[in-house]
Design a protein around this ligand. Structure first.
Ligand code: C5P
Ligand code: MG
Length: 185
């Protein structure tokens, strides 16, 4: 699941987990947990990348995801906010598992900006401030969007506009998932 910051990925993932029983793994949440883990050798590195809105070196994120996947003991994963850079996409598919498809959440920056500013009032996140938000937008356009284009060329992308209210957006997401994951798919 890919989309700019503040697009509502976490909200939609919660709905999908409820209705389709995936294991939800958020790359950003895993990185924030590792950042806070006492004794982590990556804590400072992760903190500085997140604050700057840059993509953390792929080895760290892929290892966190792979560990969480194995620990779950499950086989169907909804991976939120990943891959955000071409090297992550290629390495993950080569060393962990190929993805079935990509859900791309499309949203104008002005709408994402309003949501992030609102979220920043309560999120406590180091990167929900205007300086970090601008950097995250730039990273998304320059580094993450090429991943969407790459999977589009492979015919693997479903795009959903995220401008409307969360339940309206979810209505559209659910139609796509019902088709893809009906029966025992
Ligand atoms: O997805 P989320 O907004 O929680 O990600 C927060 C930050 O975590 C990103 O701005 C980036 O610094 C880092 N991140 C990353 N690689 C990913 C996902 C998140 O480096 N695949
Ligand atoms: Mg999130």
């Amino acid at each position: 699941m890919i989309g700019g910051p503040g697009v509502g990925k976490g909200t939609q993932c919660a709905n999908l987990v409820r209705d389709f029983g995936f294991v939800h793994l958020s790359a950003g949440d895993l990185l924030r947990a590792e950042q806070e883990r006492p004794g982590s050798q990556y804590g400072d590195l992760i903190r500085s990348y997140i604050k700057e809105g840059k993509i953390v070196p792929m080895e760290v994120t892929i290892a966190l995801l792979e560990n969480a996947m194995l620990a779950s003991g499950q086989t169907r994963f909804l991976i939120d906010g990943f891959p955000r850079k071409m090297d992550q996409a290629l390495k993950f598919e080569e060393s962990v598992v190929p993805s079935k498809f990509t859900l791309y959440f499309e949203c104008p920056e002005e709408v994402m900006l309003q949501r992030l500013i609102k979220r920043g009032e309560t999120s406590g996140r180091d990167d929900d401030n205007i300086e970090s938000i601008k950097k995250r937008f730039k990273t998304f356009t320059e580094t993450s969007y090429p991943v969407v284009e790459y999977y589009s060329k492979k015919g693997k992308v479903h795009t959903v506009s995220c401008v409307e209210a969360p339940d309206v957006v979810y209505g559209k997401v659910k139609v796509i998932f019902d088709k893809l994951f009906s029966e025992n798919n």
